[in-house]
Design a protein around this ligand. Structure first.
Ligand code: SDX
Length: 425
């Protein structure tokens, strides 16, 4: 990992003093003012609601160029990994920094296969939830509960075991949550199936009849998991880092990430997109009318799946997903009405100044729901699918934070604007 280099200095003049602040440069030419000693030297702090301009860390895991629509995991373009890699290979790359050898990947796959079962007591945990519980809080609760079954992973060996258990067991937890919500018995993982196929089998098999996994569906799911695997310091990843910075349990940090991802402005958007497309379809399918509402200041409607804090151009993942939608629907003969509406919405926005001036383009959530629906994933499970994909990224970021020489507990400052001192009597 190439460390940042101090390229030059920035001058800050405040009242009658001028301060020199180091300017650091990353491996892709990004530059940042190092304010690590700002308050000590000047008494000042910075203020940046939503952290629009504030970097929380340096990282060697994922690079995004929002202006050019570039996304790379450990230097490999997302387009290459989507076409040539597998989810477990990408997970290894994110976690350990290099692509695994054939032997390493086989051993990793075998390790994960052999840890995919849950302790039988988990069934009582899932049974305690209401039938209509959303699967995201159920999943987060199960992840928190996982830390009661295994001792705190402290040593490198224990952390490695914890990583395998998380990646192996989260699909089982997700499928258990779904089966509970439809009143069906849970299906055990099978050691003869690959990662995506095993999840699909646990989701859709029943004790009454076999469920043959369609290889087209399994490959589409593997692609979706790859595309969601990491995305630098997004809301849920920053949550995992902040919780992990208190030296909280790895499983607890991931459970916090799941809950942050659930928000409709973040991972929850993929569920909102499909509900939006279905509402437009049910209302006669006028994309134009809907967009007028999304543009109106008097209307809180948003074009879900559009816009991004970092991408001010087309999200490269959305580009890949749009093509994958067409491939999966044509091979599976699914109903393309929702995809047609999505593509009509997109084509109108590309000509509309409201979206162009604000640089609002489709993000990863805009097309992902159309594929999830085409491969039979129920809508309430869409954000769970995002979490399954993001898991190796969260863990990799947590590991990088915990192993960083800059490691310390995260504790932001504030500017107080409340009442000044006043006494009771
Ligand atoms: C993900 O960070 C990541 O990397 C996240 C993610 C990942 O992989 O982890 O990529 C996954 O979370 C993708 C985003 C999913 N969310 C949505 O699709 C929800 C819809 N999008 C927005 O709510 C919004 O675009 C955000 C939340 C994604 C970004 O919000 P910002 O950067 O704070 O931008 P903003 O809300 O300040 O919007 C700027 C302007 C505003 O208009 P003005 O006040 O300037 O007039 O653009 C408008 C907004 O009203 N706007 C939209 C819009 N998104 C922004 N108007 C209509 N529809 C939208 N979708």
């Amino acid at each position: 990992m190439t460390l940042m280099t101090e390229r030059e200095q920035a001058q800050l003049t405040y009242r009658d003093q001028t301060f020199a602040l180091p300017v650091l440069e990353g491996s892709e030419g990004e530059v940042a003012i190092d304010i690590g000693k700002l308050r000590r030297d000047t008494g000042l702090i910075t203020l940046d609601p939503g952290f629009v301009n504030t970097g929380s860390c340096s990282s060697a895991i994922t690079f995004i160029d929002g202006e050019k629509g570039i996304l790379r995991y450990r230097g490999y373009p997302i387009e290459d990994l989507a076409e040539h890699s597998s989810f477990l290979e990408v997970a290894w790359l994110l976690l350990f920094g290099e692509l695994p050898s054939t032997e390493e990947l086989e051993a990793f796959d075998e390790d994960i296969t052999r840890h995919s079962m849950l302790h039988e007591d988990f069934k009582r945990l899932f049974a305690a939830f209401p039938k209509d519980a959303h699967p995201m809080p159920t999943l987060a609760s199960a992840l928190g509960a996982l830390s009661t079954f295994y001792e705190e992973p402290r040593s490198e060996k224990q952390i490695r075991q914890g990583i395998v258990r998380l990646i192996a067991k989260m699909p089982t937890m997700a499928a258990y949550a779904y089966k509970h919500s439809i009143g069906q018995p849970t299906i055990y993982p099978r050691n003869d199936l690959g990662y995506a196929s095993n999840f699909l089998h646990m989701m859709f098999a029943t004790p009454c009849e076999e469920y043959e996994v369609d290889p087209v569906v399994a490959r589409a799911l593997d692609l979706l998991l790859i595309l969601h695997a990491d995305h630098e310091q997004n809301c849920s990843t920053s949550t995992v880092r902040l919780v992990g910075s208190s030296q909280a349990h790895l499983f607890a940090s991931i459970a916090a990430g799941v809950l942050a991802l659930w928000g409709p402005l973040h991972g929850g958007a993929n569920q909102k997109v499909i509900e939006m497309l279905e509402d437009i379809a049910a209302g006669g399918g006028s994309a134009k009318e809907f967009l007028e509402k999304a543009k109106s200041k008097d209307d809180t409607t948003r074009l879900m799946g559009f816009g991004h804090r970092v991408y001010k151009s087309y999200d490269p993942r959305a580009k890949i997903l749009k093509q994958a939608c067409q491939d999966v629907l044509s091979r599976m003969g699914g109903n393309s009405q929702l995809l047609d509406i999505a593509m009509e919405l997109e084509s109108i926005t590309l000509e509309d100044d409201y979206f162009i001036s604000r640089k609002l383009y489709p993000n990863v959530d805009f097309y992902s729901g159309v594929i999830y629906k085409a491969i039979g994933i129920p809508v309430p499970m869409f954000t769970v699918m995002f979490a399954l994909g993001r898991l190796p990224g969260w863990i990799a970021q947590w590991l990088e934070m915990r192993n960083s020489p800059e490691f310390r507990i995260g504790r932001p400052r504030q500017v107080y604007i409340g009442a000044t001192e006043r006494r009771l009597s």
